[in-house]
Design a protein. Sequence first.
Length: 354
Amino acid sequence: MNENAVLERYDCWLASDGPVAVVVREPLEAVQGQEGVVFPPTFAPPAKGEVPSYVIDETTTGKTALLDTVGSQANRLEPMFKQPPCSELVPRALIRIGEREVNLLDAGHRAADAVVRFSSNSAALAAAFRDVAERGDATKLAKLAPTSLLFGVWDSRGTQVKLPRLIGSTVRAYCVEPLTRAAQFFSAFEKDETEELGYNQDFLSEQGFSDAPAGRGPGGVIARGGIRRETVLNLVSLRALSAGNGKDTPKLQRYIVGLALAALTGPVNLYLREGCLLVAASGQPRVQETVFRDGQRHPFELEAQSALEYARAAAAAFGVGEDWEATFDKQAVAAVADRSKAKAEGKGRKKAST
């Protein structure tokens, strides 16, 4: 297949009358088997004094447990662009903080993260956000931090540019039965041995000298209705990306489609946390389809090798940005802190005078 044919392979997705989304549904199961116990994440309680708990919702077909959030899934997908072959599709961006290096792909707020805003490359990133805000041109941002366009970014402390997440995944367990568990720690010391030490019980317990029972708490769930990972690629938002002119916009959009395809077909980290190691559900096929405005769903084939072939061609046509490095700037932090302090003091004087 010639280069033009490869590049035009997904142009139907970019057409104004094209599908609104690509949806992928992947049946999963616990590594122990279909009815193995899995542990959802625990979230902070809604009210002070309550204990952390799972997010389990009652539905008409049973209880549904959230196993991995959209943000958590993005944090698992984005680092794949640090390793070959996906690493060739994006620039390598590193920020040095003393002796430590932070890869931009590990920064929670991506191009708008504090590690970038207070670095020696902050001006370039700020200019990229201004181009989006003032001219609707995402070219500079795509050259510096392309995954920020794919996984979403909000320059909340600068231009206020907010680019929606184009690709989002969640993992849920269905028809779950919540379990509880308890534990008991037995000290290696005998009671008379700890008493001879002469310290009070609170100190001994704190240092691990005493037996310690743990009360009953969340003990995972059994997913009677299965586990499913669902991924949506928002083509409406993708088509809204612009390079500022009609000539280069298709190149930009194809480039982002290529990154999305790489993310959709790349190896997914399904070790979500202690007690939650998932694998593909045996005998249950992965479903891939394009969804149109009228609700029609068309299945399509998507294999890792053909996705990578397209991503490479689209990246070459657009031109992957150059690798860059920056240094964390403590003086920039101090300058902002001084301005914040002066502003607060000014408000205080104004309030005192009224």
